[in-house]
Design a protein around this ligand. Structure first.
Ligand SMILES: *Cc1c(COP(=O)(O)O)cnc(C)c1O
Length: 357
């Protein structure tokens, strides 16, 4: 059986060895040594200003909306995982969708200004499959209209733009370290900002607002990463270059095999080092997708319809039509992509797909 992804697991004894330190201290959460060590190592590896480890990748989006005190309307993309939209609604704001670019699949920056009203407080966009949004254009629009910018960068571990971590763009960026993501801690995530004051605010927010044991700085929630999660991250991190290297090989092999097929592949933006986090293909129509998916499944290969459905169709958002996102979400399939997928399997998967084109 070949799934869309397979969690990279380091040798169990390496995890146990790191975990042993938590056992010795009898300390398994509340920002112990392992969380602090993971934060420091990630900061060095990613070259970011401020990083806060969290218990998943969804709470950071909610906390970003809260910390920036956003109200009213937030301009966002319909082509993302549900957490992007649900976080906006969860925080009592209204998502206003702007359609995506047909090739990059990120929010179409040329359509943002038309969606701005007096109630707009921010832009919350997703860097899709590690492919960044047009961050400079979005930054200019935000400056011009006094809006905040949050990036759901759940897919972006290791991605850089113009030699700088993509997490350094926007007021706040968030990442997910879920088991299905490139770098993971089982469940986990992080918040990134360049602003020290904002970091301090987020820090209080993620720990109930505690200021020492007996005082509270303000409102907070519990988004702390545990030592068990951090230990797994510390065990995975030494393999990250190898993981990305393998994925690069797999992605290049897919692309080579598809070069003669009539198939739309993800267009990666210029100036990027990509992380090969996903390998999506965009088919002619939904019918073709369903035929291909069925054939792959008959061969024990399980791709995933991702992102599907388009988020503007969620029953808790105002119905709007987003022609490009509606269409792409029905035609896009993420192919198996993981550390130990063999080149023979890539061959097999591509052959099955190409015979339907
Ligand atoms: C995975 C993902 C999330 C949610 O992250 P969790 O760690 O599962 O909470 C949010 N946004 C996008 C785009 C994702 O892919």
């Amino acid at each position: 059986m070949i799934n869309v992804t397979k969690t990279f697991l380091p040798p169990q004894e390496e995890y146990s060895k790191i975990l042993q330190r938590a056992w010795q201290d009898g300390w398994i959460t509340n920002r112990g040594k392992l969380v602090q060590e993971l934060e420091n190592k990630l900061k060095g590896y990613l070259k970011v200003s401020y990083l806060l480890a969290t218990t998943n990748g969804t709470l950071p989006i909610q906390m970003a909306i809260k910390a920036l005190q956003l109200t009213g309307e937030i301009i966002t993309t319909p082509f993302s995982y549900v957490a992007t939209t649900s976080s906006i609604v969860w925080e009592g704001c209204n998502p206003v969708f702007v359609d995506i670019h047909p090739l990059y699949l990120t929010i179409d920056e040329t359509k943002i200004e038309a969606a701005i009203t007096k109630k707009t407080s921010a832009i919350l966009a997703t860097h899709v499959f590690g492919n960044p949004c047009a961050v400079e254009a979005i930054n200019s629009i935000a400056k011009k209209h006094g809006l905040k910018v949050i990036y759901d960068a759940a897919h972006c571990f290791g991605v850089t733009y113009k030699d700088k971590s993509i997490f350094e763009y926007g007021d706040i960026s968030t990442c997910s370290f879920h088991a299905t993501k490139l770098f993971h801690t089982g469940e986990g995530g992080a918040l990134f900002t360049k602003d020290e004051n904002l970091y301090n605010k987020l820090f209080y927010h993620h720990n109930f607002g505690h200021q020492g044991k007996e005082a509270f700085q303000g409102l907070g929630i519990n988004a702390k990463m545990s030592e068990l999660q951090a230990a797994l991250g510390l065990a995975v991190l030494p393999y990250i270059e190898e993981i990305m290297g393998q994925r690069e090989k797999i992605a290049n092999k897919y692309s080579k095999l598809f070069s003669n097929c009539n198939i739309q592949l993800l267009k990666i933006r210029e100036g990027i080092t990509w992380n090969y986090s996903y390998y999506p293909i965009i088919l002619k129509d939904e019918n073709q997708l369903l035929i291909i998916k069925k054939d792959l499944e008959a061969n024990s290969i399980f791709p995933r319809r991702y992102f599907y459905p388009s988020l503007n169709t969620l029953n808790y958002t105002e119905n709007s039509t987003m022609p490009i996102s509606d269409s792409v979400s029905k035609r896009i399939l993420c192919l198996p992509m993981c550390f130990n997928l063999s080149i023979q399997d890539v061959d097999k998967i591509s052959k099955i797909i190409c015979r339907h084109l």
